[in-house]
Write a protein that binds this ligand. Structure first.
Ligand SMILES: [Zn+2]
Length: 460
């Protein structure tokens, strides 16, 4: 009896006291180990600026999340800490991922000024793999950071549906004065990783453009890049490859997520928006990073695509009513939406650094410049049968330029000229300008001022 009692006490002691002490000891050693790694990374990346990161005990987070009882998504738990709602990111109990979670918190802290980045408030370092605590709030960051995992999985929506980027596990920041950096080698083996990273192990800002393109494809198709269910993709192939292989000559509706098309609204402008997003996703996921646009270009392009709205729909309607040759219709539509030059860059093999207008070699090449303001182009317009002065159009963007040419105001229309004749002339001249520009740019032809009126009158 007494022996049994002693054994029971021993086992109680073992289970409760020693185990706790052991846990505490483990907690302490994890804290020291994780804490020193975190500190090291923070010092290395903060440029002397202090980044406040609080630490919480495992017990605190246990209570805050009610024993991780409210999972929001895989690895994400809702909790209440010190009177505010927080998101707790508990990735793993395994020590092996400690390095990555520390990276996550350092990079998140760095980028926390960005309104679309989930803001960290602290972490727990007592566990073998740190647990991260986030809130939503907003300030700025300096060095470019490559996220390396831009997917649907890493974007959370807040209560106002504002997307917040998270999961900086594989993120790296580019050292000052450098353009590339070694990425996290552990993620290099997967077939999903960006081609240049798989090849060289190094990443640049263009690497995230690739992942962003992949995200666009996920949004368009409604597929998860790592688990494709609707589209029929060969084993071993990936979403990017599938779409690239099929991008030529197929209907956008074949690949678009049926729920986007389901409500039947949007009509032709939705089709064009989807097509434009697909085109953008395709350039973003080009194998050669140099051929991808910069993230700034991508943002601009998305803004333009967003504007393909009612006004765009109206213009498209007027354009279609004109029954122009399809090539002309497409050209005018692209100019109106300012997406023509990006298209041209896509077709180009070599990298284009110079954005100067190839015709005058003076101004920056924008759609508005190329079709209206360029001195060479003014001459081309004036070569029309009735000496049209393009400057008589008082417009300052390419959308209004096309609108004024397609639906010309009375003061613009020359006498004895019908609206249809006028638009056809405009389309022919713009097509001529575009071809001339491409010949000068890609075939090194020189601009011949004398030849312009002759060449145009031959086409009219
Ligand atoms: Zn020019």
């Amino acid at each position: 009896m007494a022996r049994f009692y002693v054994q029971a006490v021993r086992s109680w002691l073992r289970d409760h006291f020693f185990k706790r002490r052991k846990e505490r000891k483990e907690g302490e050693s994890a804290f020291v180990e994780n804490g020193s790694k975190l500190l090291e990374k923070l010092i290395a990346s903060c440029n002397g600026r202090s980044i406040p990161i609080r630490t919480f005990s495992a017990q605190q987070l246990h209570l805050a999340t009610n024993n991780y009882s409210e999972p929001q998504l895989e690895y994400w738990y809702k909790g209440s800490l010190e009177g505010r709602i927080v998101l707790v990111n508990r990735l793993s109990d395994a020590k092996i991922l400690a390095y990555l979670t520390i990276n996550d918190i350092v990079i998140s802290a760095h980028m926390s000024g960005h309104s679309n980045v989930l803001k960290p408030i602290g972490c727990c370092l007592d566990t073998p793999c740190p647990i991260l605590v986030y809130e939503f709030a907003a300030n700025a960051f300096e060095r470019p950071v490559i996220h390396m995992y831009i997917h649907m999985h890493s974007i959370l929506l807040d209560e106002h549906d504002v997307p917040k980027l998270s999961t900086f596990l594989f993120a790296v920041s580019i050292p000052e004065g450098e353009t590339d950096v070694k990425g996290y080698q552990g993620s290099r083996k997967t077939r999903f990783c960006a081609p240049e990273f798989r090849g060289s192990g190094k990443v640049t800002e263009k690497t995230d453009v690739y992942y962003f393109g992949e995200l666009l494809l996920e949004l368009l198709t409604g597929e998860d890049y790592s688990n494709i269910t609707r589209l029929k993709i060969d084993d071993g192939s990936i979403l990017v490859q599938y779409i690239h292989n099929r991008a030529q000559g197929f209907c956008i509706n074949e690949i678009v997520d049926p729920t986007i098309l389901a409500d039947g609204e949007g009509g032709a402008s939705l089709q064009r928006q989807l097509q434009a997003v697909l085109d953008l996703a395709l350039i973003c996921t080009e194998k050669d990073p140099h051929r991808r646009p910069t993230m700034v270009d991508v943002t601009k392009q998305l803004r333009r695509i967003e504007r393909f709205t009612e006004e765009g729909e109206e213009l498209l309607g007027s354009l279609q009513n004109l029954k122009l040759h399809q090539r002309f219709e497409m050209l005018l539509w692209k100019i109106a939406n300012d997406i023509l030059l990006t298209e041209a860059q896509k077709k180009q093999k070599r990298e284009i650094e110079i954005t100067c207008c190839p015709l005058c070699d003076i101004e920056n090449e924008t759609c508005l410049h190329l079709f209206k303001n360029c001195s060479v182009v003014k001459a081309a317009w004036f070569s029309s049968n009735w000496g049209f002065c393009i400057e008589s159009l008082n417009v300052n963007n390419s959308f209004d330029l096309i609108k004024n040419l397609v639906v010309p105001p009375a003061h613009v229309l020359p006498e004895q000229v019908t609206k249809e004749q006028f638009v056809l002339m405009a389309a022919i001249i713009m097509d001529y300008i575009w071809r001339l520009r491409n010949r000068v740019m890609f075939q090194n032809e020189k601009v011949n001022f004398q030849a312009i009126p002759f060449e145009i009158s031959r086409k009219l």
